[in-house]
Design a protein around this ligand. Sequence first.
Ligand code: SAM
Length: 280
Amino acid sequence: MNRFPSAWLALREPMDIASHNQDVLGACAHAFSTQDALSICDLGAGTGISIRAFAPFLPKRQYWTLVDHDAENLDTAKDILAAWGNSAQAMDDGLALEYADKHIEVRFSQRDLVADTAPWPAGTELVTASALFDLTSEDWIGRLVKKLTGDGLSILAALSFDGRIHLNPNDIRNERIFSAFCAHQQTDKGFGTASGPGAAAALEAHLKKAGYAVTSGDSPWEMGFASQQLMHETLKGIATAAAETGAVTQNDAENWLDDQIRGAESLIVGHRDIFAKPQA
Ligand SMILES: C[S@@+](CC[C@H](N)C(=O)[O-])C[C@H]1O[C@@H](n2cnc3c(N)ncnc32)[C@H](O)[C@@H]1O
């Protein structure tokens, strides 16, 4: 199992939330604006960022199911969400939170999305996912869209990496490092050959083919001195992944990284957000 440690998810959370595409979130908010209650299932939930990011613009009463195969992340999600709510009460199988004017019930489901493409409970109306689709294969995305279509569900998919990386100041070695990193993004993360930088385009194409009304937009991470720790960790991740492909040597990746940690002023990593609903 590829692990995504909660410390890394916590470091990226403020940038994730700041980067979301407001037109995409607005389309999602609008789609459910006449409802008083909504049932939502979050895939690859990690520590529960989707609740903290999306609950504020969704209906007053929300019933969430967080799905992840990593029990440790789900346990951390429970603790972080309990502290995030204005008040929190344990339920038999989850948590009941009050947050601003929202009543939010959360259930936790440890499931493997490879084995179960559609783990949402009956009655779910919206499926969400954040930073998940680039790990999955195009085949899995196609199967997911079929299940969404069959159940008439909407989807909000945030922060799929789109292959664009801009590092300032430019360095002649960047192109080779970034191309190795993008190749690494397409290695198997458990779902078969990962769609990596092609994830958002694949998801959008499958949803449009299935007749969905799609709103999509850019949601880049724009890192600089104010987010230096995240920028440095991202650069380390890029260097490590690039070396793992064998397309650049460990030594070259390390030298490149040392120079960037000393000299990088800004780093932009491109993402796409997508909201799609079945056409009326
Ligand atoms: C990049 S993290 C994103 C976490 C969270 N959505 C966020 O944005 O902070 C990907 C998440 O997907 C989960 N994941 C990866 N493969 C999975 C699988 N086969 N089944 C269920 N969850 C999976 C990981 O455990 C991790 O929590």
